[in-house]
Design a protein around this ligand. Structure first.
Ligand code: SAM
Length: 465
């Protein structure tokens, strides 16, 4: 039952996707906003809800106003494994408890959500009418009532095999929704400028939360591409800038990424995306730069770095350079010289990224980046690491049967020494090389299987003859 003391019980109801990102996201938001939250019940990672305590309703609202994992939050009045017990808990509250919420001039509504089970409208109405004993006094209003009461029946997470009775039921007063509507607002489908590797808006927002971006922060994405991460960072009040080696990408001159689009529109750009979302005031600029040759002044300090470095699968992993020995460009050709590029291996990219972050993040600033892996090779000790950066969170997004990528969050704990120590990678395989090897393998396997099948068919055919 609800506590009448200072700390009330709340039900946090999450979207049933990107489950691994939920906990680090809420932890980062709590730490950013300096809000205390206690678990009343140990959360089960497979279930979409937490039962927690907060010091105030404002705290709950502040957390919900930042979270993209959270669907909604209720002040929890009753929860049980049976419907009968839930009703009897609600009937036990004293009159004074309900008087706080129900008055003749306050409108209300009761909403029902059945998680993983479909009910007809008739069944829903019947279930809602079972709450007839609640001493509500005002009239029903379906849109924006003063008080919204929420009843949730939880039937597990498999919609194909829901049990007859719910596993548990919850009832409470709606307090706040999470930020999930932003996922639709930032949808890539309606975004002015996108590229082949534009980041999914939900993941971009999760990264911005992991980076603990606050109003007025300065944020850099050194592998900016089409700038999806800048959109999310600016949404949370960051002033954003980015760099990318690809001139054509930054000038929106690459081949259009939308199937039906033949040529890019003239005004496509990262800046135009910022205008589309009314975030232009937070846009600093983007510059063409090879990350391996940092052009920033030594004392640049950033609040956060969020980035998705290239994996070399859908975009090149290159840096400016040449294999030729003692190569120089003559004064005469300098103005028109287009530098050649050489491979920029994944371990070098991450080594540069960690060294750069250790130097250019403020103390306590965060680096949030993706790291591609072969699932069978995964070992935490094999992740990139740096003595001045502490790994705060590490969540997996599965990409295929063999591969996934991990969203890594590092926090800068101390300034690096002048002479940076060697960064250890513990021999992690180059993702790109192995990716193409594995693809080769499956292709050749497929060829062998098809050849075998053809042979078998031939034998069958000959036998029948
Ligand atoms: C995975 S994409 C980033 C996509 C971006 N997050 C977005 O939402 O569009 C990686 C980017 O790194 C860039 N890149 C590759 N090598 C680079 C280098 N040496 N320096 C800077 N950028 C580089 C690529 O041009 C590509 O745009």
């Amino acid at each position: 039952m609800i506590k009448t003391g200072n700390m009330k019980r709340y039900l946090m109801w999450f979207a049933n996707e990107n489950i691994e990102f939920r906990f680090p996201e809420i932890q980062s938001i709590l730490s950013l906003l300096n809000i205390e939250m206690k678990f009343i019940q140990k959360p089960d990672v497979t279930e979409p809800y937490w039962i927690v305590q907060f010091n105030s309703e404002e705290d709950v609202q502040q957390v919900a106003n930042r979270s993209v994992s959270l669907k909604l939050c209720l002040e929890l009045w009753a929860d049980s494994v049976t419907i009968e017990d839930l009703h009897s808990q609600l009937k036990q509250y004293p009159k004074q408890f309900y008087e706080r919420y129900f008055s003749p001039d306050e409108t209300f509504k009761i909403e029902l959500e059945t998680f993983c089970r479909h009910l007809t409208q008739e069944e829903k109405v019947r279930k809602i009418e079972e709450f007839h004993y609640l001493p509500v006094q005002g009239s029903v209003k379906l849109k924006d009532p003063h008080v919204c009461l929420q009843y949730i029946e939880y039937y597990g997470t498999d919609p194909n095999k829901p049990p007859l009775h719910p596993y548990c039921v919850f009832f409470g007063r709606w307090v706040s929704n999470g930020l999930r509507q932003l996922i639709r607002t930032f949808s890539l489908k309606s975004r002015k400028f996108i590229g082949n590797t534009s980041m999914d808006p939900q993941l971009a927002l999760l990264m911005a939360n992991q980076a603990k971006i606050a109003k007025g922060d300065i944020i850099l994405d050194p592998f900016v591409g089409s700038g999806s991460l800048l959109v999310a960072a600016a949404q949370f009040g960051g002033y954003v800038l980015g760099t990318d080696i690809d001139y054509l990408m930054l000038h929106a001159k690459t081949r259009p990424s939308r199937k039906k689009q033949k040529v890019r529109e003239k005004d496509e750009s990262i800046k135009a995306n910022m205008q589309q979302y009314k975030l232009s005031a937070r846009y600093i600029d983007v510059l063409v730069n090879d990350f391996s040759i940092s052009f920033w002044r030594e004392n640049l300090k950033l609040d956060a770095i969020i980035t998705d470095p290239p994996y070399g699968i859908r975009e090149a992993t290159e840096r400016v350079g040449t294999e030729k020995k003692d190569f120089t460009v003559s004064e005469m050709h300098l103005m028109t010289h287009i530098p050649s590029k050489i491979a920029y291996g994944i371990s070098s990219i991450y080594k540069d990224l960690l060294v750069f972050s250790s130097k250019h993040l403020k103390l306590g600033g965060r680096l949030v980046c993706w790291f591609p892996i072969f699932r069978e090779d995964y070992r935490e000790e094999g992740l990139p690491s740096h003595p001045c950066l502490k790994l705060i969170a590490n969540s997996e997004q599965i990409l295929s049967k063999l591969t996934s990528r991990r969203m890594l969050t590092f926090e800068k704990m101390e300034e690096p020494p002048e002479n940076q120590q060697e960064i250890k990678f513990n021999g992690i395989l180059d993702f790109r090389e192995k990716y193409f090897e594995a693809r080769e393998e499956t292709r050749s396997e497929k060829r062998t299987r098809e050849a075998k099948l053809r042979n078998q068919n031939k034998i069958e055919y000959l036998k029948r003859k």
